[in-house]
Ligand binder design. Structure first.
Ligand code: PBG
Length: 327
């Protein structure tokens, strides 16, 4: 016998905005958003990044203004990237106290250090002339262990300049342990490490390489970043980073890797963040400009999806705008 009416009507709980709000399982909050920002040495006006409309390489002044806006909107964290005027083989400005990131960080820490969590990307690619994330051997390979010493020194410089969190993104083996030891040895036991634990060799980083002017001059990053084909390997990377002392872990990119976010979030008890990377930003902005997507809805939908997958914190270039939309 067939029922005259459907036995269950899930639509009842979708009928009105008030009902949908009441039963929503996932919410995105401004406090959980982290804004990545770029500061460039030697420019006197902010420069918009061609492949990331609305995102700028900042001067020290415009950085401060934009950071204040982000904080005013309720954004919870800022991730700082530096673009030095001059680069060399060893990425000297990464650990120079007068390097652009350290200078910018000291200013931000003085102005906003109590109101927002200041984080720094800890890598060499923004600072090396060859654009790789580490030091090179004579034959042009990335030298893992020699690179660790550079990361350790950069971590101490960033901590001294006021970073509350350092975020190693170079995918060298042992990087978290080396950085933790260096920070502790220099007395920075309170500085936390957010490990870019599962970072894939992704084409979605394309526009970032314009933003940070760090496209590798030869080869690619596949010998250190993860193969997009692997999921279980991400869990191993996360385990290793936690064993070495990571306080938080990140999955990157986000949207194409939400399965990884979900698996990592289930596996660990530390905060898990995910990075909505430059290519994701650029795709949506480009489609919206053509009238092919509803920009704001897509932004909020993707952020909701990150949270639904299990991300606690989300790094996004839309952080300030999204925080305002969520108010
Ligand atoms: C490395 C770094 C990269 C990004 C963040 N940190 C580039 C890379 O690994 O090639 C990419 C961020 C983005 O695409 O938005 N320092």
């Amino acid at each position: 016998m067939t029922a005259r009416f459907p036995l269950a009507r899930p639509r009842r709980l979708r009928a009105t905005p008030a009902m949908r709000r009441l039963v929503a399982e996932t919410r995105v909050r401004p406090e959980e958003l982290i804004l990545p920002m770029f500061v460039k040495e030697g420019i006197d006006a902010p420069q918009e990044i061609g492949s990331m409309p609305g995102v700028h390489q900042h001067t020290l002044d415009s950085l401060r203004k934009s950071a204040e806006e982000a904080v005013g909107a309720g954004v919870g964290g800022i991730m700082l990237f530096g673009v030095p005027a001059a680069k060399d083989e060893r990425g000297s400005s990464a650990d120079d106290p007068d390097g652009i990131v350290q200078v910018a960080l000291r200013k931000l820490a003085a102005d906003l250090g109590d109101e927002v969590v200041l984080m720094t990307d800890l890598c060499l690619d923004e600072y090396t002339s060859h654009g790789h994330c580490g030091l090179l051997t004579d034959t042009g390979e990335v030298d893992n262990d020699a690179t660790l010493e550079r990361y350790a020194s950069a971590a101490v410089a960033q901590a001294a300049a006021g970073a509350a969190v350092v975020a190693p993104s170079g995918m060298m083996d042992g990087q978290v342990g080396a950085i933790r030891a260096a920070l502790d040895g220099a007395g920075y036991t309170g500085v936390a490490i957010l490990a870019y634990a599962a970072k894939y060799a992704s084409a979605f980083y394309g526009p970032f390489r314009d933003a940070a002017e760090c496209a590798p001059q030869f080869g690619d990053r596949s010998s250190y970043q993860q193969d997009p084909a692997n999921a279980r390997e991400a869990l191993r990377e996360v385990e290793l980073d936690l064993a070495e002392g990571a306080d938080m872990v990140m999955v990157k990119p986000g949207l194409a890797y939400l399965d990884i976010v979900a698996r990592v979030a289930e596996a660990v008890s530390v905060p898990v963040s995910a990075y909505q990377v430059s290519g994701e930003y650029a795709m949506v902005e480009a489609a919206a400009r053509n009238g092919w997507l509803e920009r704001e809805r897509v932004i909020l939908e993707t952020l909701t999806s990150y949270r639904r997958a299990g991300a606690g914190q989300i790094l996004t270039y839309w952080a300030t705008e999204a925080a305002r939309l969520l108010r």
